[in-house]
Design a protein around this ligand. Structure first.
Ligand SMILES: [Zn+2]
Ligand SMILES: [Zn+2]
Length: 368
């Protein structure tokens, strides 16, 4: 192994050049598997599609600590061309996972470290596919990390918890009855149903002390002619909540409100959630306290940032599907600007070294 082979900045540069969409991470997973082999590990391929798993074993009994990094990039259209760009920093996460693995090899005494290079976080199905493949069966602790934009935490700092919200979207397919516009009483207008449903959604309340939102983002009830009352329509809603209980309450109220609003004008509707409902972060708060102490110890007190939040993450399916897992998820301040999911996103890769230091210590505290 050459000294620079597992340098986080060099690996991030190399991964940045091979961005791939979710479940298509062929070159990326080849790269990961080759690096793991170079470390003397035995990569297990095709986990949850294109994912890669490898173990670093200790010799004494102990917990299984999973370190998860996502690998996929995002699609954009630039100058009419489809392009794929690492605009969410998952190249950085994969590089941090590999650099941390290199530091851990030879230092795991008890239990084992499970490295998971997960596909397709952006589709929000990658974690679920890995879970279907049994990736959680032996896991006691799960650690994740994400680079953070400049608006969240300063470059060079690390925060102990990224408090993602629960999020989902739904489609409302409305069924009415077509009629001549001069005889509206013989039809059932999906336009009127959509307007009533929108107002019903906007009149909903759950506890205002919690952060939540439900907004209609699409209404498509286009008629084929100005004098025909349309009988088919679709609405789309974007829905977010600070915690899972608030999301559950909001979804129950939304379903009642939309169904009854459509029924007011005789229309029926089907409400579907094609992306599932992404759970909010539910961390082991004792572990988060430990993480905070570790950041101070490893980087110094001035490098510890306040927790940040916003957005969704499919990492949180791990705890939802296996509640006994102790989970924590750090935010690594890398000065991401102008923001994540922006095709012009840039950042300071040198700050990834902080993430590697913290992740290495967190894992070794459990298995070292
Ligand atoms: Zn993203
Ligand atoms: Zn991301």
């Amino acid at each position: 192994m050459k000294p620079n082979d597992f340098d986080v900045v060099s690996m991030r540069t190399e991964l940045h050049e091979i961005p791939e969409l979710g479940f298509q991470e062929k070159k990326t997973s080849d790269y990961v598997a080759a690096k793991l082999t170079e470390l003397g590990l035995k990569p297990i391929r095709n986990v949850g599609g294109t994912g890669v798993v490898a173990y670093i074993d200790g010799t004494e009994p102990g917990p299984t600590v999973m370190l998860r990094a996502d690998m996929d990039a995002l699609p954009f259209k630039i100058d009419g061309k489809d392009v794929c760009i690492h605009a969410c920093g998952h190249d950085s996460h994969t590089a941090m996972g590999l650099a941390t693995a290199a530091r851990l090899v030879g230092n795991v005494k008890k239990g084992r470290v499970k490295l998971l290079f997960q596909p397709a976080e952006e589709t929000l199905f990658g974690a679920l596919k890995c879970i279907e493949d049994g990736v959680l069966d032996d896991v006691d602790y799960a650690f994740g990390a994400h680079v953070r934009p400049i608006q969240d935490i300063p470059d060079g700092t690390v925060c102990a918890a990224v408090r993602h919200t629960a999020s989902t979207f739904c489609w409302v397919d409305i069924h009415g009855e077509v009629a001549h516009a001069s005889r509206p009483h013989l039809g059932k207008s999906v336009v009127e149903a959509a307007v009533l449903a929108t107002n019903a959604v906007n009149s909903l309340w759950v506890n205002p002390n919690k952060a939540w939102s439900a907004k209609v983002t699409t209404i498509d009830c286009r008629s084929t002619a100005s004098n025909i009352i349309p009988d088919k329509g679709r609405m789309c809603l974007d829905i977010r909540a600070q915690d899972n209980a608030t999301m559950d309450e909001l979804l129950e109220k939304l379903k009642v409100a939309i169904t009854n609003a459509c029924a007011c004008v005789g229309c029926a509707c089907e409400i579907s959630f094609p992306g599932g409902v992404i759970p909010a972060a539910e961390y082991d708060e004792d572990l988060v306290t430990e993480v905070r102490e570790t950041i101070k110890e490893v980087l110094g007190e001035e490098k510890l940032a306040n927790d940040c939040g916003g957005g969704g993450e499919d990492f949180h399916y791990f705890v939802q599907k296996k509640p006994s897992i102790h989970a924590a998820y750090i935010g690594v301040g890398t000065g991401v600007t102008p923001g994540l999911h922006n095709p012009t996103m840039t950042m300071n890769p040198e700050s990834l070294r902080n993430g590697v230091e913290v992740l290495t210590k967190l894992v070794l505290d459990k298995v070292g």
